[in-house]
Design a protein around this ligand. Sequence first.
Ligand code: C5P
Length: 291
Amino acid sequence: MNQAMWRKPVLQENVARLTRYGIKILGPDSGEQACGEVGQGRLLEPEVLFDYIAAFFKSTPIDAQSLAGLRFLISAGPTREPLDPVRFISNRSSGKMGFALAIAASRLGADVTLITGPVSLRVPSNMRVIHVETAQQMYDAVIAEAISHQIYIGAAAVADYTPVTVAPRKIKKQADSSSIVLQKTKDILAAVAGLTEHRPFTVGFAAETHELEQYAQAKLIEKNADMIAANHVGDGIGGFDSEYNALTVFWRDKAKLCQTHFSMADKLEIAKQLIELIYQQWQDNKNECST
Ligand code: C5P
């Protein structure tokens, strides 16, 4: 449909109501429209629809309580790095993927601790939720919890840099240009993967705008993670703030580099598939791969 039609409040209210009833809505896609306008309202590409429907009906290899007793620690959302009492540096992460992973693991019977940066999502029930704001606070919370969990999934978009100084008062507008000196934050994923005792099985995310596979594989090795789930961000559907995602997951099987692809589906479905793969790998690392 036309982008203006799609955005009409009455239509959006009806879509929201259907979603509340549990109806899955596929799309719309955005792009050029038959009338010449550009925006949301396009039918999803047939192969995306096909992948979604195939994933939806795929049977689950593990059943409802398979993860009972297993403790998952999941980090989600963005961090906020303050510049002064009213301003901060952050990113576009909505927290949806991390929350979907927490919900999927919990539905399969796991005990879940969710550490989240500031998001506007409903806090899921049946799990411990720890709220943090900065990268340092997320680091402290994750490190404190990691050793008492068997699996850590770092799905948060942690700021890579933070301002060296935080002004105690609101910075006033003066010169025509201004600069901020930043310093690197601690890498939480690498710190968890580097634990020498009670190290959890460690899964990271790679959100890249280009050369996804190379960066994801490098991350697996440099950060000593057990698994990296990579997704494209910045173009089309999927990635930040979307209800949908597609992932390519990399892990090592002895010397071999393994990978599998989860086609575009809603984040809860993708989360379920990733949790199942993590569980198989965590069990005994026996999952053979052909690549
Ligand atoms: O290096 P990059 O930020 O692209 O890596 C992404 C992965 O590393 C994600 O799993 C993210 O949660 C994690 N990360 C982290 N601590 C940081 C930066 C990223 O744990 N300071």
